[in-house]
Design a protein around this ligand. Structure first.
Ligand code: AMP
Ligand code: MN
Ligand code: MN
Ligand code: MN
Length: 291
């Protein structure tokens, strides 16, 4: 059986394993195809590509953070040319704003008596600030780990619940792409994309991406919906499989592995081979990396 996992993170964004380690974990999980999809960056793909063993296929990818009406909408994107001018410019803007926003959240936390330092957050995130615009992305999980270290939360989840979740006392918004525009940019760059965990849109009224927005994304070239995701319950998975069928796009299934941040789980959800083939067929940006 071909095992395909199309959503994973490394320490280049908010995962805890290096790209090389993610590839080792993929082998241990018995995967045949893995997409590395760090948030708003392809900074880990070159390292990952050096560690693809025979028999495994690496799909170069990225999870784009988008926003719609105050809620987060995530787009897992594959096989685009990262140097396509429109997309590259947006990615630099998103990553640089992520750094400023994290700094703003550190200031809020300090104002609230939580003893976190910007230097420490940068260390946890694995790079100096100047590098962000080019490679690594900084995210709230890095802040959450600093909050836990400072003794102001029990664990990462508690840090989100108490301090930095959407609407929390130390939360700050950040620049994010419009989801329809994001689909257009990925398609213009020769890539393809799937709507990530649609039942989990942080900040949305009922927690889900609105259907009219999904319809507009499909019209712009969205090729799949990630109905199978560990954060979805059975009813949500079923509902979004139905939406994908109604809109004529494929269903993708993925682990969204973040290493020890969420507990290793590569391969806990997978994508059917036919769905994968259909999803990537229109891609022209870059090629699959076969070991
Ligand atoms: P950011 O991209 O900086 O806004 O942070 C979002 C990331 O935080 C997501 O990709 C998840 O990895 C993580 N995350 C979001 N909500 C939670 C939560 N409630 N508990 C733990 N991690 C979360
Ligand atoms: Mn994440
Ligand atoms: Mn996501
Ligand atoms: Mn993810």
């Amino acid at each position: 059986m071909t095992r395909i996992d199309l959503h994973s993170h490394s320490s280049v964004s908010d995962g805890t394993d290096t790209p090389a380690e993610v590839l080792r974990e993929a082998v241990a999980a018995g995967l045949d195809v893995l997409a590395l999809t760090d948030h708003d960056t392809v900074g880990g793909i070159a390292e990952a590509a050096e560690h693809v063993p025979p028999g495994l296929t690496l799909v170069p990818g990225m999870e784009l953070s988008c926003a719609h009406a105050g809620s987060s909408v995530h787009l897992v994107s594959y096989l685009f040319d990262p140097d396509a001018p429109g997309l590259a410019a947006e990615l630099r803007r998103v990553r640089s704003d992520r750094a400023s926003r994290a700094e703003e959240m550190v200031a809020k936390l300090r104002g609230l008596g939580v003893d976190v330092s910007w230097e420490r957050v940068l260390t946890i995130a694995g790079a100096g600030r100047d590098e962000y615009a080019d490679a690594n992305t900084i995210g709230r999980p890095h802040l959450a780990r600093a909050i836990v270290e400072a003794g102001a939360a029990r664990d990462v989840q508690d840090a989100f619940d108490q301090w930095i979740g959407s609407g929390g006392p130390a939360y700050a918004a950040r620049y994010a792409l419009d989801p329809v525009r994001a689909v257009e940019l990925v398609r213009e760059a020769g890539g393809v994309c799937s709507l990530a965990h649609p039942a989990r849109a942080e900040g949305a009224l009922n927690g889900a991406v609105p259907i009219d927005l999904v319809e507009r994304m499909v019209a712009a070239g969205l090729g799949g919906i990630e109905a199978d995701h560990p954060s979805h319950n059975r009813a949500q998975t079923k509902e979004w499989r139905g939406v994908a069928a109604d809109l004529g796009v494929v269903v993708t299934g993925s682990s969204d592995d973040h290493g020890s941040l969420t507990g290793h789980r590569l391969g806990c959800r997978t994508t059917a081979p036919e769905a994968f083939e259909e999803l990537v067929a229109p891609a022209t940006g870059v090629s699959l990396i076969r070991g």
